[in-house]
Design a protein around this ligand. Sequence first.
Ligand SMILES: Cc1cc2nc3c(=O)[nH]c(=O)nc-3n(C[C@H](O)[C@H](O)[C@H](O)COP(=O)(O)OP(=O)(O)OC[C@H]3O[C@@H](n4cnc5c(N)ncnc54)[C@H](O)[C@@H]3O)c2cc1C
Length: 379
Amino acid sequence: MYDVVVVGAGIEGSATAYNLAKNGQKTLLLEQFPLPHSRGSSHGQSRITRVAYGKDDHYAVMMKEGGKLWRSMERESGTSIFLNCGCLAVGKPDFHFIKGTIASLSRHCIKHDILTPGDLRDRYPMLSLPPDYVGVFDYSGGVLRADKALRAFQTLFVKYGGELRDGEEVTGILPGSEVTIVTSQGEYRARKVVLTLGPWAPKFLPKLGINLPLKTVLTLVLYWKEKNKGEFSADRFPTYKNVRENVEVYALPSLEYPGHVRVCYHDGPETDPDSRDMADTGRILSTMKSYVREHLPSLQDTPSIVEPCMYTNTPDLQFVLDRHPSHRNIILGVGFSGHGFKLAPVVGKILCELAMDKTPSYDLTPCRVDRFFNPKARM
Ligand SMILES: Cc1cc2nc3c(=O)[nH]c(=O)nc-3n(C[C@H](O)[C@H](O)[C@H](O)COP(=O)(O)OP(=O)(O)OC[C@H]3O[C@@H](n4cnc5c(N)ncnc54)[C@H](O)[C@@H]3O)c2cc1C
């Protein structure tokens, strides 16, 4: 009998399992694929992190602790995870993303620069932006080394006595005061279960009588070759976000593949996680080719490397961090909507608190299940 079984060893499940084992819980972490794998949402070498969160201030509040937890994970694991190269947001000065970013940084006293169109041209000659664009440089932002972070959580989980079984799919869950977890290889019993299923949540949760409005989408990680080698190195080009009506583009400095810069479209077509690559990505590619040609002319305008990944989106793009409405010892950590990596240490702490029947450290109202069925629940 386990205290807790965590299903899904992506970044959210691994961070949760780590917290549980560290808190003395007898914990089993189950993963359907042999690890490491590239079939979910947490693979790859890098993710953007930043504190500013526009109108969703609850995430900015969480990120203030998130930054500290990443630093402490670096110390505990002896791994370098965070590269503090900053985050540049660009856009029209009156656009909500720019106004919200400035407000969030000011509210949380995060060091930042507001850049005029001229400043942008001087500091970032590799960008070709509309003449009315301004920039906000957030000194707290940067890159998280995703693969190293994932491995660090899993390694420390095992070090704290946790049991990790990969290549073992959970095929069924029988609720009760003690939960039975049925897998491709056997059965386990636990007092609590945490489901961190990533893109498989919309397929799996109906088996437990819960239909959340989750949408799994295919997104492409695109790498574009520099025309002038070194122009986008992390000491010259920070992480980058351009949010405008209907298009959100982000970029990271040249880190993963020498001479290549990651520039991506933050969305994609709906897909089935078991046949992920069958979705039509023609629109993403054509949008991104135009974007790169227009705004990043010192990159070649056809990507050299294309890697698929998935988001699991909720309609309001808020996470789901809650108990199952009917089975209170089954806890849900799903719907991270393409922005959950940076918050994983905090998510892991919160899901651990729920599994241990502790009061969560944060107000989880925006992340409750009942918001989908009773919109007033968010008020
Ligand atoms: C291309 C890309 C770029 C991103 N960029 C950023 C960024 O810059 N900043 C940021 O904060 N976030 C970013 N994100 C979002 C972030 O990576 C995700 O929110 C996060 O990885 C979600 O993790 P997860 O653990 O929920 O899902 P996953 O990593 O998908 O983990 C779920 C796991 O559950 C397993 N599983 C599912 N069903 C079962 C079952 N029945 N039995 C056993 N195991 C099962 C799956 O195999 C999988 O390993 C990005 C995501 C992508 C795809």
